[in-house]
Design a protein around this ligand. Structure first.
Ligand code: GTP
Ligand code: MG
Length: 379
């Protein structure tokens, strides 16, 4: 925990939080880093600030390349569909084979390790929506001594992660190495270990802390740390068992949570296997890209971990839209209206579907419809 940060450093941190462009963020973060005194107590903070800076520089590079029009290998893949999912893993685990089975993407499949060298996106159909799967090069080598930072950048930019390991290799070791690698980069695959989400407010009712786990600190501790950053109005969500130190990293957005699925692939090759213990919020499946076994319900899993819902809007006296609106699971009528038009002022809505007791039921702006509900809004 950092106490007594100089006022200048705090001012730069606020500048960073308020910055809208990547360029401004980089500039403010650089200034922040040079304003923070270097000693044991600021090590953690500086570590996260520097790793966030490295990422922002990568992002800037990507934007520059885009402006120049193509050129050079692409690091990021333009998002499409209801969610972007990075397929990551060790060499030869079957990432490309799975993407090939589930999408129309043209990928390279071969018994040689490192056969995929560039990310390849493909669209996977799930009911009436699509998910974008990205096949990636190996994240680590079989010996575990190589880490592909491009793949890490893709994982950080995606909405969710699917880790593919092969049951015909040392999958326990591979999985451990992958979790470690992600965590070191601030990519959390489970909320159970600990995760802090801070949303600053310009005005408001002070610091509001919501605990979803049993951390070793209290609401008052959070208040103290945040006040050392001159933050007096914020909502803080604390998941699992984080350390108070993790607040520093959260403030710099250096730590991010990605919902994660683990696929134990090549089931057809093994008779016996032991699935290692995984955190409760990580889904897993035992599958075979060769036979297709276990892959049928993957679309459902992805839908679940993304925490989204489909809403079909309709105008009075007409049929609902064919294309659903994809929105976060807990979105209210008001939030749905605002994604369509930020200036809208919804008075009430009529709902058809599972979210209501009877079809055509009238509800207020705070009502939360469920997946597949039809919504007719009145402004
Ligand atoms: N028997 C069996 N073989 C599989 C399965 N999935 C993949 N393979 C084989 O394993 C080898 C590697 O498959 P890829 O899909 O290229 O693996 P990858 O993870 O994309 O490999 P890299 O791109 O090198 O990281 C190929 O020879 C595949 O045919 C499976 O479920 N069962
Ligand atoms: Mg591959």
């Amino acid at each position: 925990m950092v106490t007594n940060l100089p006022a200048e450093a705090i001012a730069k941190l606020n500048k960073y939080s308020d910055a809208k462009t990547v360029e401004d963020k980089i500039k403010a973060l650089e200034e922040f880093i040079s304003a923070v005194p270097k000693h044991k107590g600021t090590e953690n903070l500086l570590y996260w600030a520097r790793s966030r800076l490295a990422e922002l520089r990568q992002e800037e590079e990507k934007e520059r390349k885009k402006k120049r029009g193509g050129g050079g290998p692409r690091v990021f893949v333009e998002k499409a569909g209801a969610g972007q999912i990075a397929m990551i893993g060790p060499p030869n685990s079957g990432k490309s084979s799975i993407v090939s089975r589930l999408t129309n993407a043209k990928v390279v499949i071969s018994p040689n390790p490192f056969s995929t060298s560039e990310p390849v996106p493909g669209m996977m159909q799930f009911e009436d929506i699509q998910f974008q799967l990205i096949d990636t090069p190996p994240l680590i080598s079989n010996e575990g001594d190589y880490i592909n930072t491009k793949v890490l950048a893709i994982a950080r930019n995606a909405d969710a992660i699917i880790i593919v390991v092969g049951l015909d290799s040392d999958y326990e070791r591979d999985l451990k190495k992958i979790f470690e690698t992600l965590e070191k980069k601030g990519i959390m695959t489970s909320m159970q270990k600990g995760y802090i989400r801070i949303v600053k407010h310009r005005t408001g009712n002070g610091i509001n802390v919501v605990f979803y786990g049993k951390p070793s600190f209290t609401e008052d501790d959070v208040r103290k740390v945040l006040s050392s950053y001159r933050i007096f109005n914020a909502t803080v969500e604390v998941y699992g068992e984080p350390k108070l130190d993790d607040i520093d990293a959260s403030l710099i957005n250096a730590i991010t949570y990605k919902p994660t699925i683990v696929l134990f692939n090549k089931k057809d090759l093994v008779k016996e296997f032991n699935i290692p213990l995984l955190p409760k919020d990580i889904l897993y499946r035992v599958v075979s890209a060769k036979t297709g076994e276990g892959l049928n319900d993957l679309g459902n899993d992805i839908f679940k971990i993304l925490k989204i819902k489909r809403i079909y809007t309709k105008k009075p006296n007409s049929l609902p839209d064919k294309e659903p609106l994809i929105i976060k699971e807990n979105a209210t009528i008001k939030e749905i209206a605002e994604t369509i038009n930020p200036n809208s002022n919804v008075r009430y809505a009529k709902i058809w579907g599972k979210g209501v007791k009877y079809n055509g039921q009238r509800v207020g702006p705070d009502f939360i419809p469920v997946d597949k509900d039809i919504v007719e809004m009145r402004f």
